[in-house]
Design a protein around this ligand. Structure first.
Ligand code: PEP
Ligand code: MG
Length: 291
């Protein structure tokens, strides 16, 4: 059972034994924020930019992207807004862009650096207007992060030469490929967020959109939880969150607290249920990520 006193309205929840857990929201279409007050969240834990940048023309349009990101930052005030760079390819096509099941996320950005550079420029300029954090999708190897950082450095240097206002945002990564989770201490990332949708599909070797295998793949949840616990141990004191669908599934809240997750990012509609699930659980004996 959950006591009302265990629930706060400031973007966090408390477990029954008083431990604070942050609650952020996942945003797909930017319009979704109009229905929710920023004050009831810890911020945006995942903005899937591929739902706002949906054509090659958008991907080439720095000013249009800047306006989209700025709208989210204005909404959030001082709260963090985590914008994930384009995660196209795989199950998320972008019309006019050739992709493949494996050429997606950061791999596609590095294969088409002109697309990555436009987005990096829009993000560098947007960072002036709030608490922006950049997140990288489908990171597999440390070099993926290093190469994107190099792009940000070069674009920032070009802005500096032209006296265009900009700021370097923190750059973090999704942990959604097993090879990355297993080697997390090797990555030059400022923060981590677990993407359990992809983690589950790659751990269970069954495609996330294959509905015939959904029930079968669910049996890999304990394996995914072990992998998360292992990765949390490797991550040192860096901030961790979880933004995959598992974060919004009340059946998993206790297990996620137990492996050290203290920051959940969920669809806005799931906030109340997860807040109350946390309020009904004891964190006693579990250890926070980063401790
Ligand atoms: C995930 O993989 O869990 C995730 C949050 O990213 P997406 O669902 O957009 O692939
Ligand atoms: Mg994913």
């Amino acid at each position: 059972t959950t006591s009302a006193a265990a629930i706060t309205d400031n973007g966090s929840a408390r477990t029954a034994d008083g431990l604070e857990v942050l609650l952020s929201i996942n945003v797909n279409a930017p319009d979704e924020i109009e229905r929710i007050s920023a004050a009831s969240t810890a911020g945006i834990g995942l903005m899937r930019s591929e739902f706002a940048v949906t054509s090659l023309a958008d991907a080439a349009n720095e000013d249009k992207q800047l306006a989209i990101y700025r709208r989210l930052l204005d909404w959030a005030g001082t709260r963090p807004v985590t914008i994930r760079m384009l995660d196209v390819g795989g199950d998320k096509p972008l019309s006019g862009l050739e992709t493949s099941p494996d050429l997606r996320g950061i791999r596609l950005l590095l294969a088409r650096p002109e697309i990555a550079r436009v987005q990096a420029r829009a993000l560098l300029r947007a960072a002036i207007f709030g608490n922006l954090r950049v997140m990288l999708p489908m990171v597999t190897f440390p070099s993926d992060v290093d190469e994107i950082r190099q792009i940000f450095r070069e674009e920032a240097a070009a802005f500096a030469r032209r006296a265009i206002p900009h700021r370097d945002p923190p750059i973090g990564m999704m942990v959604e490929v097993p090879a990355a989770a297993l080697m997390l201490d090797q990555f030059d990332a400022d923060f981590f967020s677990f993407g359990t949708n992809d983690l589950l599909q790659y751990v269970a070797a069954s495609a996330r959109d294959d509905t015939d295998f959904a029930a079968y793949s669910e049996k890999a949840v304990p394996a995914v939880l072990r992998l998360i616990a292992y990765a949390v141990n490797l991550g040192g004191s860096k901030p961790f969150s979880i933004c995959g669908d598992m974060a919004g599934d009340q059946r998993r809240t206790g297990a996620l607290l137990a492996v050290g997750i203290r920051h959940f990012s969920v669809a806005p509609a799931q906030l109340p249920a997860i807040r109350s699930a946390i309020g009904g659980l004891h964190a006693d004996g579990t250890r926070a990520a980063g401790e």
